[in-house]
Write a protein that binds this ligand. Structure first.
Ligand SMILES: Cc1cc2nc3c(=O)[nH]c(=O)nc-3n(C[C@H](O)[C@H](O)[C@H](O)COP(=O)(O)OP(=O)(O)OC[C@H]3O[C@@H](n4cnc5c(N)ncnc54)[C@H](O)[C@@H]3O)c2cc1C
Length: 294
């Protein structure tokens, strides 16, 4: 039997040409699904996982939402910044932002990197999204804009469940921002999948921290799965590590704390035990990277 190419009936696509117009249209059509460059949403529409009747296509708003800028101590990334665009930004070459470079290096394929947006990554809100742990480890905030104005939400509070975000129906995510942690900080990210390109991660992890005189002055750890199926911070492990000397014994004890903090379940891609073993190995490597080891 022939399968329809697109598992949908009629779909209305609203294509505003400015943010102001987008917010007005979304206010009038709160049932519309916001769509950026569609690398996540379109495959889900095609396979029938979601069946929106209306789309609000914001991909044309590059003049307004496609910037990376430093404002005081804040780094601000417009929602439509693509992975390729981010790769060309000088900040990602600084050691304290290496985690972004690590994400970019293993992100999809060149074609996907040219379209995948940072805003879309965050709003997709699943364990497959690689920027989320990095942004969590940088304590990022999102700006949500609507006809009523802007509101800011910590990323940690924005992602409330698998594919569930704290977004009101008339809001568009317009910006992601985080503080530059300053000199002396290092960050790194790792992901493991079942192949070396177009990697759908089994697990990923990001670490941001500062080691001073051999001691862990600050550390923030986030992974795509800690307790559930959404990216989260490993706060018990962070608390354990703060103030400790970074050495083999500390790392071994931190792995024990993390193994108690993690609670995972099996799925068709990997068992919980395998994912846990990967996360523990990643923690060890990433902590030693903070200490300057490659
Ligand atoms: C082959 C392939 C490989 C991939 N590889 C990777 C990978 O290595 N790492 C990774 O992290 N991801 C990967 N992805 C997933 C996807 O590319 C990313 O999540 C991407 O960043 C999504 O951006 P987008 O602009 O395409 O989002 P879209 O698909 O347009 O939207 C994604 C979701 O966010 C919502 N949304 C988008 N923008 C906004 C906004 N501004 N405000 C409110 N809601 C919004 C949409 O409603 C939708 O639910 C891959 C996808 C494919 C198809």
């Amino acid at each position: 039997m022939e399968q329809p190419l697109l598992n949908r009936s009629v779909m209305i696509v609203l294509q505003p040409s400015s943010l102001k117009e987008s917010l007005k249209l979304l206010n009038e059509n709160p049932d519309a699904e916001v769509i950026a460059n569609a690398s996540d949403l379109w495959p889900r529409i095609r396979n029938g996982e979601v069946k929106p009747k209306k789309l609000l296509d914001i991909s044309g708003l590059v003049n307004e939402l496609s910037y990376v800028k430093k404002d005081g101590n804040l780094i601000k990334i417009g929602a439509l910044v693509t992975v390729s665009q981010l790769e060309g930004e000088s900040f990602v070459n600084e050691k304290r932002f290496s985690a972004f470079k690590d994400v970019i290096a293993k992100f999809g394929s060149p074609q996907i990197r040219n379209v995948a947006t940072v805003g879309g990554n965050v709003c997709a809100a699943s364990s497959s999204e690689d920027f989320i742990p990095v942004l969590l480890a940088f304590n990022a905030k999102v700006r949500l804009s609507s006809v009523d104005g802007d509101r800011y939400v910590n990323l940690e509070k924005f992602i409330t469940g698998k594919r569930k975000i704290n977004r009101r129906p008339n809001e568009i995510l317009t910006e992601i921002s985080f503080e530059d942690p300053g000199e002396g900080y290092i960050s790194a990210f790792e992901k493991v999948g079942r192949r070396n390109i177009l990697i759908i991660n089994l697990v990923n992890m990001a670490v941001v921290g500062k080691i001073k005189d051999g001691k862990i002055e600050d550390v923030r750890i986030a992974a795509n799965r800690i307790k559930g199926k959404i990216p989260e911070r490993a706060k018990n492990t962070e608390d354990f590590l703060k103030g400790k000397t970074l050495n083999d014994d500390t790392v071994a004890r931190a792995k024990k704390v993390l193994s108690e903090e993690i609670s995972l379940t099996d799925d068709f891609r990997a068992s919980a035990n395998y994912r846990k073993a990967l996360l523990l190995a990643m923690l060890e490597r990433l902590l030693f990277k903070l200490g300057g080891e490659q």
